[in-house]
Design a protein around this ligand. Sequence first.
Ligand code: NAD
Length: 250
Amino acid sequence: MAKSKAVPDNEKVAIVTGGAQGIGLEIGKELLAMGMTVVAVDIKDEALAEAASEAGSDKFHTRTLDVTDAAGMEKLVGDVVEQHGRLDVMVNNAGITRDNILVMMNDDEWDAVIRVNLTSAFYGTREAAKVMMRQRCGSIVNMSSFSGLEGNRGQGNYAASKAGMIGMSKSAAKELAKRSVRVNCVCPGFIQTAMTDAVPDEAKQMAMQQIPMQRMGQPGDIATAVGFLASEASSYITGQTLSVDGGMHM
Ligand code: NAD
């Protein structure tokens, strides 16, 4: 039997991409509250500095990085292992939208979303997996979306990136399971953040009608689900896609 060499949750080291605001910041704070050392990674300098002061802990570290930079991602993971000795949790959460209906969508809108959402998650998964395989433990959580499960008008690029994350994550889960490295996806529904603040009111009303629980989710709703998948409480769960969406996808 493959033996996991997992450490207790409060000794774990985690990276959270897109960790300066919104869902990513809440995930960082959740993992911190579980006792983990957290490295929040984001392209936004100032937001990262604000996140660090909000987290208010010397176990909360920040790193400015564009996650579409493959060499930068490799260096990030190498530096984290050098500074903190290990890497137990990798949350690939950075994401963008460039909404447009498919017949109007230009190549830049397509490419940007695929690169930031999907290719960066591949880089993060690949680099984290190399370390975690050697450690014989680790949890990778990839932030997908309701759109990736069901498609969404005006989000062909985004839905493709998020569906791609699910396929990649399941493949990685199968490849890494025997080394006790787990890979799961979380699919948020409609969560109150800067990303959804930008959605026009009419589209918001339509989205609300699809939520059986009749309310938008909060970043904390996603963070607790990620905390579970990052923890030893989920040590026998891999290759899964967990919807956190008030019942939108059943
Ligand atoms: P957000 O826009 O508030 O946060 C996204 C973060 O990612 C930002 O801090 C941004 O600076 C960072 N980021 C973007 N591009 C980057 C890059 N190239 N390199 C590094 N960092 C980069 O959005 P959010 O709502 O918190 O979304 C977080 C994740 O959850 C995303 O992957 C998003 O697709 C997913 N999601 C959100 C919702 C929702 O309703 N808010 C629903 C489903 C999925």
